[in-house]
Design a protein around this ligand. Sequence first.
Ligand SMILES: Nc1ncnc2c1ncn2[C@@H]1O[C@H](COP(=O)(O)OP(=O)(O)OP(=O)(O)O)[C@@H](O)[C@H]1O
Length: 234
Amino acid sequence: MSLLSLEDVRTDIGQYAVLHCISLEVPEGGVFVLLGRNGAGKTTTLRSIMGLWRPKAGAIRFQGEVISGLHTAEIARKGIAYVPENMGIFGGLTVEENLVLATEKGKFDPDRLARIYGLFPALEQFWTKQAWSLSGGQKQMLAVARAIVEPRALILIDEPTKGLAPSIVAAMAEAFRDIARTTTILLVEQNFHFAKSLGRDMAVIEDGRVVHSGTMAGFAADAELQNRLLGLAT
Ligand SMILES: Nc1ncnc2c1ncn2[C@@H]1O[C@H](COP(=O)(O)OP(=O)(O)OP(=O)(O)O)[C@@H](O)[C@H]1O
């Protein structure tokens, strides 16, 4: 059984049909990468999973249970976290306060906090600093840390490397590899090099439809397919 499955999901935004037919099977463990050109519907897919857009048809199942139709807070409680492209952190609050707000009871599990410090040492270093004063990479680390401060089975992460320097992207890849040992990651990413280094399974979305799915190794080895679906130079 897949951890997450989308079956013929269709989502409208206002009067516009954005997702026409999204079917995906995300297995448990590792990183599943969603690729596609700008405007293809990747963010809308993540938001539909999270209940931020309500699909008008189709079914989304998590651990075998239908979650499409539930409220976002209920979906989160089932064990799914979402790191949106704008990161969703509070600039006027400290690193600590941002993380406290992401806990269920306002208290940290010491083991989880130690893990976060191990993954992202900068967060421990800047623990009492307001989030706006962090670098772009540190803000992204804080956003990911908020998603793992409670136990989760699945994290949805939208374009985490956008605008980051290559050295930070490499550190992020290391952290994601570590997180994916215990928590499945569904990653939307434009940086194909980053995505390729992490993904086990993948799918490509085009105009609100899944037009390809398979292993990342297979896709990475097929330059013609990459060029056709993503416009990457061969
Ligand atoms: N709030 C909105 N109102 C109207 N149309 C929207 C809205 N959000 C997204 N869309 C449209 O839905 C389509 C899919 O957008 P989406 O953000 O899901 O694409 P994406 O694949 O994540 O692309 P990008 O990489 O540019 O973020 C686009 O045509 C976009 O213009």
